[in-house]
Design a protein around this ligand. Structure first.
Ligand code: GDG
Length: 500
């Protein structure tokens, strides 16, 4: 067996040198930064492993269980426990990342270079050559793990911005394999992407895939335009030709597990919990809700300022109206995130200081990761859901809220810069940078009659119900498997549907 970890392969390696007979192989391999399991927390106290939260795990778990597939990813830094070989019917293979690589590949290049650059440069991206070196090294490790694990003529589905070089690296090692790539976050326009010193390498890395999926059509167009301009790839937005190979590019908007959300939203225990929460909040007339990872892209501060001004002008009334904001801890060692938290907490405490009364704050702020049932109970409590990111690939919180509102009540205030805004036309769409506009949308939403609220909610629910997260995964994999013959009609139809 060739030892390939950490080396750069210039010449394609023959398949039989890459596939190790003793290594477990699968026809379908998913490669993502993280494994779909996490070590139990100290509170859970059983020292075992639990499924990682999130829609991606739900979506791909069922596909992998059905096909006896394998998931490759990093188990996380917080445990010495050996990773199980299999978890809930999915075979797992871990990729090790050293503490230095965690700093440079993950916190550095992934989260301080690519994340801000791909999110409209809301914070200035940082470029360091040693971070780029670590990004290449770690991407090569994932590519090699995939090359070893996938069966001849099998399929590998690579996920997200941390692993954009994997498709090309894997292609060099395993030219027989079908490779799909899905980007969960936005792909930026040329004006921003061109800042990246390694822009050509990233584009080449992605073009190693047979199919590249984006959340919305404009992201796919940004990519195609850049590939043509920077690499002289030919073709149109749907299919690009580069170095003698075709890559299909399209929009595959991710969705949620509708059945699960509907059933949780009707679960008597969760409904009871919603009543308890309302009571604990002082039985307000209206609950405004925000629920996000604490990230500077999510526009949380701006939204709180809008709500504060509505309290100040009297549209919202302390005691009658309350805001609940859940800010899930995220990337806490990054200084941008630390600052975001401090600034947000300052705003929350100012709001409570100014408008609250003893025993009845106007903002209930939780810097916690809640159990999913509790989150659903909050979705049921929220009369006005505020989702106001400055830039967001899709935003699943918006879709989850809508799917939970089985009574067809509740209004969604949604940023036009979330991918979800392309589909959820029944929301009150806002520009989150326009504070007056956000305030006006909240005023209008609060005044909306029952009939309007119901018709908007119905419209959004119908849209989401057309394609759940399993359809998303199956559409992507179906399009990937059909590529050798002709472009899939589903792919063309989907691309037309989500075209801006
Ligand atoms: C990236 C892209 C894209 C939230 N709070 C809690 C909790 N959550 C869950 C929600 C939802 C998920 O986290 C957040 O998903 P989003 O889509 O809103 O945002 P990102 O984390 O930034 O995700 C995004 C997504 O990938 C998928 O492609 O939509 O644009 O940025 O599912 O339910 N879950 C629990 N407790 C919480 O307190 N258990």
């Amino acid at each position: 067996m060739t030892q390939v970890i950490g080396t750069k392969t210039e010449v394609p390696t023959p398949i039989d040198e890459v596939v190790d007979d003793e290594v477990e192989t699968a026809q379908l391999v998913v490669v993502a930064n993280r494994l779909p399991v996490r070590p139990s927390s100290a509170k859970e106290g059983d020292g075992g492993w639990r499924p990682s939260p999130g829609g991606l795990v739900t979506a791909l778990s069922s596909v992998l269980q059905e096909s006896d597939g394998l998931w490759i990813g990093w188990p996380g830094a917080s445990t010495d426990e050996p990773v199980p070989k299999e978890f809930e019917g999915i075979r797992l293979k871990s990729v090790e990342i050293s503490p230095e690589e965690y700093e440079e590949f993950y916190l550095g290049f992934s989260n301080a270079t690519l994340w801000p650059l791909y999110h409209d440069a809301i914070r200035a991206p940082t470029f360091h050559r040693h971070w780029w070196l670590a990004y290449q090294t770690v991407n090569r490790r994932y590519a090699e793990a995939a090359a070893q694990a996938v069966e001849t003529n099998g399929t590998v589905w690579v996920h997200d911005y941390q692993l954009q070089l994997v498709p090309q690296m894997l292609r060099e090692l395993r030219p027989d394999v079908k490779i799909g790539f899905f980007l969960h976050i936005p792909f930026p326009p040329a004006e921003l992407f061109m800042q990246l010193p390694w822009r050509k390498e990233i584009l080449q890395g992605l073009l190693g895939a047979d199919l590249i999926g984006f959340q919305v059509h404009s992201n796919a167009s940004n990519f195609s335009r850049l590939a043509r301009r920077q690499l002289s790839a030919t073709g149109h937005d749907g299919t690009l030709r580069y170095q003698g190979r075709d890559t299909t590019v399209g929009a595959f908007p991710i969705s949620v597990d509708c059945d699960q959300l509907i059933s949780l939203a009707q679960d008597p225990a969760i409904l009871k919990r919603c009543d308890e929460l309302r009571e604990t909040l002082g039985n307000p007339q209206r609950v405004l809700l925000g629920c996000d990872r604490l990230d500077y892209t999510k526009g949380i501060q701006q939204r709180m300022k809008a709500v504060a001004e509505l309290f100040a002008e009297g549209t919202l009334v302390p005691g009658k109206d309350v805001m609940v904001q859940v800010a899930v801890p995220s990337r806490e060692s990054d200084s941008h995130y630390e600052r975001e938290r401090h600034e947000l907490e300052q705003i929350v405490s100012e709001m409570n200081g100014e408008f609250g009364v003893v025993g009845s704050p106007v903002v209930h702020y939780l810097h916690q990761n809640l159990p999913y049932d509790e989150l659903v109970a909050l979705y049921l409590c929220g009369d006005v859901m505020l989702v106001t990111p400055f830039c967001d690939g899709m935003n699943l919180v918006a879709k989850e809220y809508v799917m939970c509102r089985t009574n067809l009540d509740g209004v969604l205030i949604l940023s036009e810069f979330a991918g979800a805004a392309k589909e959820l036309r029944g929301a009150f769409i806002v520009n989150p940078h326009d504070l007056e506009g956000v305030k006006e949308a909240i005023r209008t939403a609060l005044k909306a009659g029952k009939k309007e609220v119901k018709s908007r909610m119905l419209r959004m629910r119908r849209q989401i119900l057309r394609r759940n997260v399993f359809d998303w995964a199956n559409l992507f994999l179906g399009a990937l498997s059909g590529l050798s013959e002709s472009p899939s009609p589903e792919l063309s139809a989907l691309a037309d549907e989500v075209r801006d």
